[in-house]
Design a protein around this ligand. Structure first.
Ligand SMILES: Cc1cc2nc3c(=O)[nH]c(=O)nc-3n(C[C@H](O)[C@H](O)[C@H](O)COP(=O)(O)OP(=O)(O)OC[C@H]3O[C@@H](n4cnc5c(N)ncnc54)[C@H](O)[C@@H]3O)c2cc1C
Length: 426
């Protein structure tokens, strides 16, 4: 029987390996780095990890369902704890021994029946199935700055520690969760710190009434989305007040319509004058940056926290050129036998979904040999089913939010689909 090749040993690849192993299905597992854990290996070349990084979803909601995070972890574990947790998952499920470390996949091609995989050393193997689990935060989206900036410009993928900011005049561009964390590092360490945001955001506190926010939301009553947006909108106004007093712009969208920005530390630093909020950049000249509101900053380092390209360089022709691969339920390609894990962009914790999807992929692969009728039935769903996974949220029109799904909606739909197929998922 031809096996499945899993590319990548981050959390997604480990979840896939675990699901196949549990069913006794053969697989080959390839990882270019020397250890499991994916981008949480801060020393892995090209990793976007930095010293001050913590999880933004809570320990309680974030672990694999089959392997919860340790009880003695804090509500929001740091990057070392996440790495230790992932390596524990690999070790305790005996996944380590089967990983070919130091093996980079260079090309995946479709054959008439299956796939040919080429490693960087030129060795090729054929596989019936491929699971792409190589991550989406490795290829930086580097934007062009307008004007003629003469200082240093770096993408945050190269940023590791606040020490790099000491004595510098720093501007962070963009306020995803990494941008906000690094702006806080700059607020504490740099000689001068500013952050440029093109729009206003809703800042979600990490705790609400003493509970991690995702636990609080999960334990609360189920509400229609319009009501949930209203209730949380009021709650955030009570907790954070009017953010324009801190120099931030008023959000141009409702709560939950962008990826949650879980950082109220930035508000703390803005309130203490440790960092200045600026709107989008209009132009630059020398070390002067002029913003769209006419204000200026003199900075010698610009850190671009402008996200990543969700590319799959070794199989781009198979996954398409869109901002996200157009896979059914974020995991099942229209090419039979091709799967992707870790492509899900959602407002919930990713590892629960990774394990649920990994279990579905393994059961679909098992059906191919054992229950061909059911395999065909699901192939038909992959080709035709187009569920709405937004739960009524109108995500903002941006590359990051193309293909974005609501965590509750996708979880419900995965359970419904698994039930229909007679599969079990956690
Ligand atoms: C700062 C930060 C905070 C985050 N916080 C959270 C959070 O709170 N909750 C949450 O759910 N998610 C969070 N995430 C999301 C994050 O994307 C996941 O935690 C996770 O690491 C993604 O897993 P992955 O396995 O898909 O990819 P990765 O972790 O990127 O792993 C991919 C693996 O594939 C390998 N690889 C790549 N290309 C090849 C190749 N060609 N050949 C062989 N191997 C290859 C890489 O070396 C890597 O080991 C956070 C991310 C960051 C950066």
């Amino acid at each position: 029987m031809l096996d499945t090749a899993i590319i990548g040993a981050g959390p997604a690849g480990l979840a896939a390996a675990h699901a196949l192993k549990q069913r006794g299905l053969p697989y080959t597992h390839l990882e270019r780095y020397t250890a499991p854990g994916g981008l949480w290996n801060i020393d892995a070349p090209g990793s976007p990890m930095y010293e001050s990084a913590h999880f933004i979803s809570s320990r309680t909601m974030s672990g694999f369902p089959s392997y919860p995070m340790p009880d003695d972890y804090p509500d929001y574990p740091d990057h070392r704890q996440i790495l230790a947790y992932l390596q524990g998952f690999a070790r305790d499920n005996h996944l380590d021994q089967q990983i070919e470390y130091g093996t980079e996949v260079e090309r995946v091609e479709r054959l008439e029946d299956g796939y040919r995989l080429t490693r960087q050393d030129g060795r090729t193997t054929e596989h019936a199935h491929i699971v792409i689990a190589s991550g989406v935060q490795w290829i930086p989206n580097v934007i062009d700055l307008p004007g003629t900036y003469a200082g240093e410009v770096r993408h945050t993928v190269t940023y590791r520690s606040a020490k790099e900011l000491e004595g510098r005049r720093v501007l962070v561009v963009g306020a995803g969760n990494s941008g906000a964390d690094i702006a806080c590092d700059a607020a504490r360490s740099a000689e001068h710190a500013a952050i440029s945001l093109r729009r206003g955001y809703h800042f979600i506190p990490k705790h609400v009434f003493g509970k991690p926010s995702d636990v609080f939301a999960d334990e609360g009553p189920t509400m229609p989305m319009w009501l949930e947006q209203r209730v949380f909108g009021v709650l955030l106004r009570v907790l954070n007040g009017d953010l324009t007093r801190l120099g931030l712009q008023k959000p141009d969208h409702k709560v939950f319509e962008t990826h949650p920005l879980m950082n109220t530390q930035l508000l703390h630093h803005l309130g203490h004058g440790d960092i200045t909020a600026r709107p989008g950049i209009a132009t630059t000249s020398g070390t002067t940056v002029a913003f769209t509101d006419g204000t200026t900053e003199d900075v010698d380092l610009i850190l671009l926290a402008t996200g990543y390209h969700h590319a799959v360089p070794y199989a781009q022709d198979l996954v398409g050129d869109g901002p996200h691969p157009d896979f059914y339920l974020t995991a099942f390609s229209r090419h039979a036998g091709l799967y992707g894990l870790g492509f899900v962009e959602t407002n919930g914790a990713a590892y629960v979904l990774m394990e649920q999807l990994a279990q579905m992929i393994a059961q679909h692969i098992e059906d191919r040999g054992a229950r061909p009728d059911r395999w065909l039935e699901f192939e038909n769903l992959i080709a035709t089913d187009q569920p709405d996974l937004t739960r009524g949220i109108r995500f903002v029109d941006s590359p990051r939010h193309a293909g974005y799904v609501d965590g509750v909606a996708i979880t419900r739909y995965l359970h419904k689909t698994a039930k229909r197929m007679g599969w079990t998922i956690p």
